[in-house]
Design a protein around this ligand. Structure first.
Ligand SMILES: [Zn+2]
Length: 81
């Protein structure tokens, strides 16, 4: 968890909801790779059944959505929390 002071720290925020799952899990990390890892870990853990039922195409789609959200992300995402 990072505390933001004056917006100098860029954090990456991923919301489980943005990936189409129905819960309030949020990953906040300054390192986009870690943020991605944590989110995928969460999906595979908490949404295992839902995720396993998806086709490979849809799995890829979720993972590329994580990349998309990270690339688009900057500190300003914090304001939308
Ligand atoms: Zn979730």
């Amino acid at each position: 968890m990072y505390f933001i002071q004056g917006g100098f720290i860029i954090v990456h925020i991923l919301r489980c909801r943005d990936l189409g799952f129905n819960d309030d899990f949020i990953v906040i990390d300054a390192d986009p790779k870690k943020a991605k890892e944590k989110m995928i870990e969460h999906v595979k853990d908490k949404h295992k059944d839902e995720f396993e039922e998806l086709s490979d195409f849809h799995k890829d789609e979720i993972i590329s959505k994580v990349d998309y959200l990270l690339n688009r992300g900057c500190g300003c995402g914090v304001l939308k929390l």
